[in-house]
Design a protein around this ligand. Sequence first.
Ligand SMILES: Nc1ncnc2c1ncn2[C@@H]1O[C@H](COP(=O)(O)OP(=O)(O)OP(=O)(O)O)[C@@H](O)[C@H]1O
Ligand SMILES: [Mn+2]
Length: 393
Amino acid sequence: MSIDFKRFLKRPFRLSKYDCVDQKLTTEALISCDKRFARRNLTNWEKFHLNIHQHDLYTESESTIDDLLKDMATLPIVRVGQKEGGTQLKLIIDYRNSGQALFKPMRFPRDKETDPNHFYFVDFERHNSEIAAFHLDRILGFRRAPPVVGRVINITSEIYALSDDALLKTFFVSPANNLCFHGKCGYYCDTAHAICGHPDTLEGSFAAFLPSTTLAPRKIWRHPWRRSYHKRRKAIWETDDSYCDNIVRKTGPYNKGRRLPDLMDMSILDFLIGNMDRHHYETFRIFGNNTFPLHLDHGRGFGLANHDELSILAPVRQCCLIRLSTVTKLLQFDGLNHLSDLMRSSLASDPISPVLTEPHLAALDRRVAIILMTIRKCLTSRSPEQVFYIDET
Ligand SMILES: Nc1ncnc2c1ncn2[C@@H]1O[C@H](COP(=O)(O)OP(=O)(O)OP(=O)(O)O)[C@@H](O)[C@H]1O
Ligand SMILES: [Mn+2]
């Protein structure tokens, strides 16, 4: 099943004479059902949106994703506004063809490590982590993260000149004569933490927007292994290793189907990138419960190259569960195709390459070994049938 775009398709500029809404909503059907589509080619954003399916955001063979990455990295920007909500500054970028991207700015050089006195919930976001997490999600075969690409922009002509009034009010010229802005948000949106051009250029990550929530409403779920987001308190799972078996597995939607294995995949992705900030996740409502959780918000990964945060793997360790297809992938990385090599070559195509430093790439291989060790340990106390989840086909 793909997303129900009936309302999208009913937009009068598209389908005034024909009524195609009962047809299977593939791109091909759309094109054949209104000849004007052939004249006005779908944008890569539209192709991406229309191909979102029940089980993933895109398919392995889809060339649209690479085209979309290229578009986000090169198409002219026509308008810039701030994304409301969330804790740190994010901009909504409008392109000339109506495509949109979520922009996160670069704050530090790639090798700047997380401040050891920062909690996971106050750490700065890293644009390169958003890019690397998308590539990793794709390499692991999950395809649950929207495409993200890097781009160097001119802060004067591509942000300042195109800003909405609210954002414009936060611009200033620094003592070093650089153009800066800070926007409005919960953390780090003040003069002391402004984003400045060097002198005029600014690097950032551009994530393709998902279909609007009006067309494709999403459900927001609290993550069962959410941290406490408190300076002194701990979450239950941090002190109780039976949390998965005694609580999570007994609660819907984790008591059946793909959701629990999906959370294991998410934990693996987060452990590999070092992301401790997974508080909620979203699904598309139209697909019900038997669908994938979106992998969004990876700005807090790749902060520490020499530390492996084992607590991120707690879901896998406590549930002793992993998708057979995921463990098969990880075993391949244990052999000749190191994950670091696959990531290095995948990231080489990004305009702001190198996206990750060598120590962060090396950390990926070390962490793959830790995940596999965790699974091997599970197999000493549980049967393979209990540990490996096989998807229904
Ligand atoms: N590619 C996207 N397309 C559409 N909406 C998105 C996309 N990425 C993120 N969002 C929405 O924007 C919200 C904020 O984004 P994100 O989580 O990356 O920022 P954040 O500042 O870290 O937020 P928070 O502090 O709530 O974690 C997300 O909860 C999500 O609903
Ligand atoms: Mn966040």
